[in-house]
Each structure stands twice: as C-alpha cells, then as structure tokens.
Design a protein around this ligand. Structure first.
Ligand SMILES: [Zn+2]
Length: 222
C-alpha cells in the first residue's frame, strides 16, 4: 500500500467507525504500516470521522516521537504506545484499530465477558477474544498486555485478531484498516447481542412471559 492509499484507507476507516456509532467526539485511533520504518497514525484531539490526509501523523517506531506533528499541526494519538507495541508484536498484520465500543463498555462495566463462540459469525472470525482487566489509558503497561494478548506464545493456535478491554472498548488488527474495523464491528455486535440477551432474560425473570399484542387481545375477548 503506498502512502496515499494508506492515508485514504485510514480516513475511510475513521468515517466508517463514525457512521456505525462506534466512536464519539475525538475517541478512537487507527494506524497502518507504511513500510518497515514508518507507521501512519490518526492524530489526537480530532474527530476520526472528519479527518483529511494532512491530519495524519507519520511515526517512526524505531525512534517514536510524541512531539511528531501532522502537516496540519496535530500530534499522534494518545494511544501511540498501543499501536507501537502491537505493530512490533505482529509483523503479519498491517493495521491496528481501537475504539471505545459502547456495548462492550456497558457489558464489561457490568462485569460480563461475552463468549465469541456464542454467535456463528464471531465463532468463525474471532474464535479467540482475550479479555484484559482495566489498565491506565495511554500507559506502556496496558500497551504491553494488549500486544501480549494478540500474540501466541507457543505458536500452537492462531493468534487473536482482537482483544476486549474492561470499560475501554477493544483493539483489533487486520491486513488493512478496513479489515481491522470489520473486526471491531464484530466485537461490538457480539457485545450488543450478549447484553440484549441478558436484558431479555432478566425481563422474563422479572415479569414472566410477555404476551404478543395479538395474543393479549384474544385473551381479553374471552
Ligand atoms: Zn482508548
């Protein structure tokens, strides 16, 4: 992927996160590997669904500089450490995406961790979804745990494509930004479905079986 295509892919991925309601305000961040020496990354402080090419920041992982600036004057994402750690751990992927997925945050706030095996789509595309306890946002400690969770230590099974963070959304990897965003979307679908199933079960337990309107009218007529 050349630099221009990489920039367009990052901008499109940011718009898609916004159009799906997966990011709010200046949340979320994305990066893509340009070559062996450089990453292209979304900036801090700007909406990720309204970016232009001049907002994107080039980062050199060999000597990362938090003072690096995009042509429009913006620094790299505050989650720079996550992107550096994951790209260093996963040379087989080219893109990293992170978003504060709303349903994943409500679910993990409530202490629930969904099983990707529950849905056919996530069982196939995200058979492993490691869950990480809360870590300080922007910290090296959290970045290292995320990179480790996305890496298979013994090579016995395939590496995870996404990791779920307690009260902090998810991080996904992919061959390009769209692929990584697809995986974030699937994590959110899993969490939304899991949450809704819990709510329906709780409602049933609380009020008993709820009759459909047509059934209720029939009962009233007796
Ligand atoms: Zn975050």
């Amino acid at each position: 992927m050349d630099d221009r295509a990489a920039a367009e892919a990052l901008i499109a991925a940011g718009r898609r996160l916004g159009s799906r309601g997966l990011i709010s305000a200046a949340e979320g961040n994305l990066s893509v590997r340009l070559d062996a020496d450089r990453l292209l990354m979304t900036p801090t402080g700007l909406r990720k669904d309204e970016l232009v090419a001049d907002d994107l920041v080039v980062v050199w992982p060999g000597h990362p500089d938090r003072e690096a600036r995009s042509p429009s004057g913006h620094g790299p994402s505050s989650d720079l450490a996550i992107h550096l750690a994951v790209h260093a751990a996963r040379s087989d992927i080219a893109a990293v995406a992170h978003a504060h997925l709303p349903a994943s945050m409500s679910l993990t706030l409530a202490g629930e961790v969904p099983d990707p095996g529950a849905l056919p789509e996530t069982a196939f595309h995200l058979p492993r979804l490691p869950f990480l306890a809360f870590g300080e946002m922007g910290s090296q400690e959290l970045a290292d745990r995320i990179a480790a969770a996305l890496t298979v230590p013994d090579g016995d099974e395939s590496a995870a494509a996404a990791v779920l963070l307690e009260r902090h959304g998810a991080v996904a990897v992919g061959r390009d930004p769209a692929h990584a965003v697809n995986r974030l979307e699937l994590v959110e679908v899993l969490c939304r479905t899991w949450r809704d199933a819990l709510l329906i079960r709780a409602a049933r337990a609380g009020v008993g079986i709820v009759d459909a309107p047509s059934v209720a009218r029939e009962l009233e007529g007796r």
